[in-house]
Design a protein around this ligand. Structure first.
Ligand code: EPS
Length: 407
């Protein structure tokens, strides 16, 4: 490997001065579409059900390192997103919180760090941090686009209402427009309306709602990821990234948990070969169904990657929940701080971007290069070799021939 593995780290509290994200391992020569990155940040701020905080913030990135004349130069990339509502040390406006919210990190974190002030935990646990992860993922999507890979995320449903929309490369443009026209980022208008109704009802009842989000990745060639080590499997990385999003409680790939209700012949996708599609990313290996969600053995199989996430309802309820004051140990209702009734549309944006980063990470492990020229060259060579299968010579015989010639 010529480059460090693609990775990112975030820092920053919800009401601190700024969020920061460092992306390491991006090849040089990648032109970053800063308008796209900021548009993703703005989309993450939106969606029906958001609270008053999003009226204050105007998320946009400032590049502090790694970019010159709009393109990467191979050094660590550092982005900053300022918090307009910065008041971390202001005790009047950001007081200690002693009544933990069931479902939030408050109780577990306070005990972990041996304090009764949940503020010490909640500031970092807050989903505000997902703005930084969205920025990293949007950078990764600029890389993926150079390889012809597109990512599409949307809200699927909530409270037993779910869309049966099936994104494909052919209907992607249409669905993208429908999603962007929906207040809840769901391309299915009838389902959108029902979701809005559920959010409205939750608000009236001083309650909250979660739901289902889905991400599809188009254009991956087969063989990204590996079956060699469990923690390097692409599905295991995607699952970790999705479960790492605040409030996510489940992740599924393809058919997901419905696999348990079917026999093998109804689960596994038959393999077909279509020479007409040899030039496409799938190399011509097409499947009439995609129950595997594009991943077999921890590797892409040429079909679109399909990931579904379940977000629980936000744990800050206006009506509160039974809790305990950590100082007095007396029963109290949990603290209420301004919050969202539903952040599911925002979560769909976060999920598509964190999934994109994991795909980019595995892609760069396979086609690693210091520069985009080198990485794209490695990709082309691999695709050409894969199309030529079976290769006439094995790597071992190539080595033998070279030795014999030298003699
Ligand atoms: C959050 C509480 C709210 C949300 C926040 C997540 O913030 P505040 O306490 O400032 O009103 O708006 O989400 C964001 C700020 C964001 O950018 O997504 C929480 O407690 O997790």
């Amino acid at each position: 490997m010529t480059m460090p593995a693609l990775s990112y780290h975030t820092a920053g509290e919800s009401h601190g001065p700024a969020l920061t994200v460092m992306v390491n391992g991006m090849p040089a020569g990648l032109v970053l579409d800063v308008d796209f990155i900021n548009a993703e940040l703005q989309r993450r701020q939106g969606g029906y059900g958001r609270g008053a905080r999003m009226k204050i913030e105007k998320d946009a990135v400032t590049f502090l390192a790694g970019l010159r004349h709009g393109h990467t130069i191979g050094s660590p990339l550092v982005m900053q997103i300022p918090n307009r509502d910065s008041r971390l040390d202001d005790l009047k406006r950001t007081p200690p919180v002693y009544r933990p919210r069931p479902g939030h990190a408050d109780l577990a974190g306070s005990i972990k760090w041996l304090t009764t002030d949940c503020r010490e935990t909640l500031e970092r646990a807050s989903a505000r941090e997902t703005a930084a992860r969205t920025a990293a993922g949007a950078v990764a999507r600029c890389l993926l686009r150079a390889f012809g890979i597109e990512v599409f995320g949307f809200v699927l449903g909530m409270m037993k209402v779910a869309s049966d929309v099936q994104p494909t490369p052919e209907n992607l443009e249409l669905l993208l427009r429908a999603r962007d026209a929906s207040e809840v980022y769901c391309p299915d208008q009838a389902v959108s309306e029902k979701i809005i109704e559920h959010i409205r009802n939750a608000k009236v009842n001083k309650d909250t709602v979660g739901g289902l989000v889905e991400t599809h990745v188009f254009g991956c060639p087969p063989g990204i990821g590996t079956c060699a080590n469990w923690h390097e499997k692409l599905d295991s990385r995607i699952a970790a990234a999705v479960m790492g999003i605040q409030a996510f409680k489940a992740v599924e790939i393809g058919l997901g948990k419905d696999c348990a209700n079917r026999v093998g012949s109804e689960v596994h996708d038959p393999i077909e070969y279509d020479p007409q599609k040899r030039g496409q990313a799938s190399l011509g290996f097409v499947r009439p169904t995609n129950n595997a969600g594009g991943l077999e053995g921890g590797m892409t199989n040429g079909m679109p990657i399909v990931v579904r996430g379940t977000m629980k309802p936000i744990s800050t309820l206006l009506r509160g929940m039974p809790s305990v004051d950590l100082n007095t140990k007396k029963a109290e209702h949990s603290a209420y701080e301004r919050s969202d009734v539903c952040a599911l549309p925002a979560a769909s944006v976060v999920m598509e971007n964190v999934v994109a980063f994991e795909v980019a990470r595995s892609l760069m492990e396979k086609f690693s290069g210091d520069s985009m020229h080198q990485a794209l060259g490695n990709y082309e060579i691999f695709m050409e070799m894969a199309r030529r299968l079976p290769l006439e010579e094995t790597p071992a015989s190539v080595g033998l021939e070279a030795e014999q010639t030298e003699e």
